[in-house]
Design a protein around this ligand. Sequence first.
Ligand SMILES: [Zn+2]
Length: 405
Amino acid sequence: MAYRKFRADRLFTGRELLGNDHVLITEKDGRIKSIVAIAEAGSDIEELRGILTPGFINCHCHLELSHMKGMIPTATGLIDFVLKVVTQRDFPQEEIFLAMVSAENELLMNGVVAVGDICNNTDSIAAKKNGRLYYHNFIEVSGWNPAIADIRFEKSKSFYDEYAKVFEGKLNASSHSEAGLSMAPHAPYSVSDELWEKIQPYYNGLTTIHNQESAQENELFENGRGEFLRLYNLMKIENTGFVSTHKSSLQSCLSKLSPAKRVILVHNTFTSQNDLEYCINSFHGSDHQHALFFCLCPNANLYIENELPPVELFRKFNCNIVLGTDSLASNHQLSILKEAQTLSKHFPNIPLEEILQWCTSRGAAALGISEQFGSFSAGKKPGINLIESTFVDHLSENARVRKML
Ligand SMILES: [Zn+2]
């Protein structure tokens, strides 16, 4: 048999949910051939229970923090979470490597095919160069004190160069790329204007930033007060030059992201309607809907802050929503389905078709890999998942992924 044929209770194409009267036909290696009506599909059809979907896209992860699983208690709030990560992340290299390989196994088992991954060092190269998943590597840059902008930039640039060398010839090359590479500012509260200017030429069309993960981030920019002053103090970070902008953190930094064609804003837990109106009016004009992606990591938000992002607000403004797991330091697992289940549970009005788009085609558009991933279009090799033990019109709490190809 040259082809494989799959039929399930429902078939999600990446865009729409079809019924069990359609059959997905692929080559043996998983390359999509077509979707046909059952009457035209012939014999040797694999009959399955559940929902077939393209492979999942995880737009925000930190593979290099996988060894920190379970180390940080839940509900500490962002400030204490950040303090714990920076003071406790150092471990023997061997342990860090083994944790990353096991995290990668978990991503694969959970049907993830591509990852937007934050890198603060070169630790994860050893795991990634095996090519088991597509990675867009975001070299994360931080430095709040303008006086250290040069030092911080040079350090990040050396990591960037190392990734560029390892993945040479495989980077950002449309339909055949095997990895992506960009520099990314860590967060509005951790990057000085001077440093920001240095990294802009290295967005390479796509960047990402942790955005409004806590209410205190807005407080800092709006009135120069709050918990972030405690963070600066404890970490001995120079803050005397900072002048409050009297705007939210997102409105204070959005223009510095605009040299990128696409931006993935991550978390957005405390993004307001006013922020979204500002985004629509000022970011890439009428193209803002193809340029700005709002990556939600609900299980990490529950872990760190015990909060959830205003999902209905993003839907009301037709925002591009995508999903991420964040790291194992702030999540119990690396599963895009689990993120979708959490959203489905807390926001039961969201149609299943829409949530599945966030897991697949939207994520692929955000990472710029729609030519390979995110939908069952002929010629693509997007990975094939079966969501089992679920209702066919919404995700049950017991739903789980079986990776078919
Ligand atoms: Zn993160």
